[in-house]
Design a protein. Structure first.
Length: 373
């Protein structure tokens, strides 16, 4: 039982990685976003951090990601913080990343004690008396088993999984907020869904997600936040949202030539002020040369993703085909200039191809469409 006020920072779904969309600089963005959240929490005097899982993006972290984890350890040490983490679905493995990290740290200093601690299926009690039970990503059936255990009691459940009220879609097999009403936990802190949202549990505490610390997909809110929760004896839990500094992301919907011209003007203004912004465009398929025209406006200072649609009204549920290739007539010149590093494979195939360049290119485009569907 909590004896005195306790403030914690709550983050999740950092998805540390080497690259995104084939760009190595994006790996640094994911690391920097988490570091910014930790530093912002430290500036507010917060020493305890909870992480809702998917700290890393894969089950077997490569050496570059281990280096990122070591940098996080250094930040936590500098800030006098401890971070308690659970395993998400992306990282859950037979040998946990925390074990790999501890081995790496021992190579630097045999006496070092990691600042990050994995609390899968473990209850911890903070000095304030606040108790936290960590539950790794698991099936709904396993979760409900834990909710029915009478001798398992904690102030907070930290779990990685989907609760349907937060999904925004029909998530078959997910649980509902009401499933937690009579469980042994007053508060439920969640990872997995990349939204920042909290609800009250009637007569208990709060349930919610802080969202991802960096933009993982184009349909996410680009304005990332983490949460600060204040637990006090005999008082409601207070939730404060704190923004995370991330790379500028610009989502655009372009259905007419006029809107395309406006988008070109907007991107020109952005790239005159910033380097390497993220641009996600949904464009109508009748518009011509969308990628090439927007790419020219960005002047090489953006990671540009364009999806083409045929519906008159564009929505997230619309079937789409990713257009990452420039028009045929500008293909060779842009490959040679290095503006499209993702086309190296095509450039090589063209150099070695004995047939018609146009036919080779069309075959590649068709293959890419199949791969992206």
């Amino acid at each position: 039982m909590i004896k005195k006020e306790q403030k914690i920072a709550f983050v999740s779904d950092s998805h540390l990685r080497v690259s995104q969309y084939g760009y190595a600089y994006r790996g640094g963005d994911f690391l920097n976003a988490l570091i910014d959240a930790l530093n912002s929490a430290a500036a507010l005097g917060i020493e305890i951090v909870l992480h809702g899982g998917d700290l890393i993006d894969q089950k077997q972290p490569p050496s570059d990601v281990i280096e990122q984890l070591l940098k996080i350890e250094a930040v936590l040490l500098k800030n006098n913080q401890r971070m308690y983490v659970i395993s998400g679905n992306h990282e859950k493995a037979g040998v946990a990343w925390s074990v790999v990290l501890a081995r790496a740290m021992k190579l630097y200093n045999p006496d070092i004690v990691p600042r990050m601690q994995c609390i899968d299926n473990t209850t911890i009690v903070l000095d304030s008396g606040l108790s936290i039970f960590g539950l790794a990503s698991c099936s709904v059936e396993e979760l409900k088993t834990h909710l029915q255990v009478t001798d398992l009691k904690a102030d907070v459940l930290l779990w990685h999984g989907m609760v349907k009220e937060f999904c925004g879609f029909d998530a078959g097999g997910s649980v509902s907020i009401s499933d937690f009403y009579n469980g042994p936990f007053d508060n439920v802190l969640l990872g997995d869904i990349h939204v920042h949202q909290f609800y009250d549990i009637p007569g208990r505490g709060v349930i919610g997600y802080p969202g991802s610390t960096e933009l993982c997909a184009s349909n996410e809110d680009p304005n990332k936040k983490f949460a600060i929760l204040t637990f006090s004896p005999n008082a409601p839990v207070r939730v404060q949202s704190v923004p995370i500094k991330t790379r500028t992301a610009v989502p655009l919907v372009v259905q007419t030539e006029e809107e395309l011209q406006a988008a070109i003007s907007l991107l020109t203004d952005y790239t005159n002020k910033e380097d390497m912004i993220l641009v996600f465009v949904k464009a109508h398929a009748q518009l011509e040369n969308v990628y090439a025209r927007l790419h020219a406006a960005c002047k090489g200072k953006a990671t540009l993703r364009v999806t083409m649609h045929t519906d008159s009204v564009i929505s997230n549920s619309t079937a789409e085909v990713t257009q990452e290739l420039p028009p045929l007539e500008s293909f060779l010149s842009q490959c040679i200039s290095g503006g499209f590093p993702q086309l190296n494979k095509v450039a090589v195939s063209l150099i070695n191809n004995k047939g018609n360049v146009k036919d080779t290119l069309i075959a590649y485009v068709e293959q890419r469409k199949l791969e992206l569907c």
